[in-house]
Design a protein around this ligand. Structure first.
Ligand code: ZN
Length: 90
């Protein structure tokens, strides 16, 4: 009778330990969600709510302007590469 009680109590302790581990894991997952999810969603919402503006460099409607235009940067890079090539070959 006592032996049976001991086995049961050990099992309950193990169950308690497991549930506390699961609870901690859940809390950690939840804590991560709180940190990462809203900021990502917020960024998405901000991008969607932001009005489109036309870039003066590539004439494209989007969320960038002439100062951070990727297409312009690419063109500029190509131009510099060509200039460098001509300098090297002359
Ligand atoms: Zn642009």
């Amino acid at each position: 009778m006592l032996g049976l009680y001991q086995t049961v109590s050990v099992d309950i302790d193990q169950i308690h330990e497991l549930t506390s581990i699961v609870r901690e894991a859940r809390q950690q997952i939840f804590a991560d969600d709180v940190v990462t999810l809203p900021s990502r969603v917020e960024k998405d919402l901000k991008l969607k709510s932001k009005p489109l503006s036309q870039c003066k460099k590539c004439q494209e409607w989007g969320h960038h302007d002439s100062k951070n235009c990727d297409k312009f940067k690419e063109k500029e890079k190509q131009r510099l590469a060509l200039k460098l090539q001509s300098l090297l070959h002359s």
